[in-house]
Ligand binder design. Structure first.
Ligand code: GAR
Length: 194
């Protein structure tokens, strides 16, 4: 049976994208990478995996609606049912949100609602917390907000540097995201839940 199709939206390195692609049991097929940063190394990773890429510079568009309309067209042409944000450093606006309501997930490297936004690992490290972690959630119009699906704790060790903490957090991300994707896709769990 054909798997449902999904797109990954990313802006940077793409280690989460890679983890999804390397997950043999992933319940959906990643058919498209949308990237808003023409210099991002995730683009090369997608090309190596043979995944179609759609790279665009949002600044080249009149406004967010025009830019998202373009993205929406490509996503629909690829028959994408799910969108997974993986280091996509841009707020998703109403054009995409309304079209894919309850079908867009995000991963964030903290125990939300703590430390939203950029550099969540650095924020937690500098705050001196003993425990941080990873969150997977449905998105809404906010920054790293929306109903939480799963969280996993990561202990901050006394000997940790920001780099070692980042390494352990991302290791957890690479396991947790495919796991949650499979649960959500298989159960067709929509949000808002009826
Ligand atoms: C990941 O740690 C992800 O959780 C984070 O960006 C990193 C991307 O890494 N996302 C956010 O901070 C979203 N607010 P990757 O490009 O190697 O997957």
């Amino acid at each position: 049976m054909n798997k449902v199709k999904a797109a990954v939206f990313a802006s940077g390195t793409g280690s989460n994208f890679e983890a999804m692609m390397n997950c043999k049991e992933l319940a959906c097929e990643i058919v498209l990478l949308v990237c808003d940063n023409p210099g991002a190394s995730v683009i090369e990773k997608a090309t190596d995996f043979g995944v179609q890429t759609f790279v665009l510079n949002p600044k080249a568009f009149k406004d967010k609606h025009v830019y998202e309309t373009e993205v929406l067209q490509v996503v629909r042409e690829s028959e994408v049912e799910w969108i997974f944000l993986a280091g996509f450093m841009r707020l998703v606006g109403p054009t995409l949100l309304n079209a894919y309501q309850g079908k867009i997930l995000n991963i964030h490297p903290s125990l939300l609602p703590a430390f939203p936004g950029k550099d969540a690992i650095g924020q937690a490290y500098r705050a001196g917390v003993e425990v941080t972690g990873v969150t997977v959630h449905y998105i809404d119009e906010g920054m790293d907000t929306g109903p939480i699906i799963a969280q996993k704790q990561v202990e901050v060790l006394p000997e940790d540097t920001e780099e070692t903490l980042k390494y352990r957090i991302q290791k957890v991300e690479h396991e947790l995201y495919p796991e949650v994707i499979n649960q959500v896709v298989r159960m067709k769990r929509l949000w808002p839940v009826e």
